[in-house]
Ligand binder design. Sequence first.
Ligand code: DAT
Ligand code: MG
Length: 162
Amino acid sequence: MADGGFFGWISMERTFIAIKPDGVQRGLVGEILQRFERRGYKIVALKCVQVSEELAKSHYADLSERPFFPGLVAFITSSPVVAIVLEGKDAVATGRTMIGATNPLSSAPGTIRGDYGIDVGRNIIHGSDSVASAEREIALWFAPSEVIDWQANQAKWIYEKV
Ligand code: DAT
Ligand code: MG
């Protein structure tokens, strides 16, 4: 499923979500998880992480030449992050839609960043931007044994066919 494979006829995906230090410090973990759970996404991995500089630099490797990179690494390593893998239909793109635009001031109300954030450098949450990124990020943040395959009993009430 992490490879965008099929569960029944439904294309199931996994996406990597991280509630950043500001989201954890502001006590938003429960509210954020509740949004994804209520939508119908299934938590298949979750842990609290004190991020190392090495992990931060690897996670944001594609931004290493950007002027804000040192500040981004300092921020993400400054306080714990809650790392999550969600599974469900179209999890990557729908996760990004629920998160909102990179700059919270441009994020629509109703999105996580649009409801809780103001500054781009304090935008509360990360979500994978493609299935390929999700696969890379899940492998970077989690050991295979930490990502759990399980059947949600409510799946038939979320999906027409399971
Ligand atoms: P996103 O998190 O929406 O995928 P991104 O991958 O382009 O956005 O950037 C990663 C993070 O880097 C972003 O969540 C916040 C920070 N960032 C991006 N652009 C920035 C900027 N212009 N100034 C400061 N921080 C920025
Ligand atoms: Mg990104």
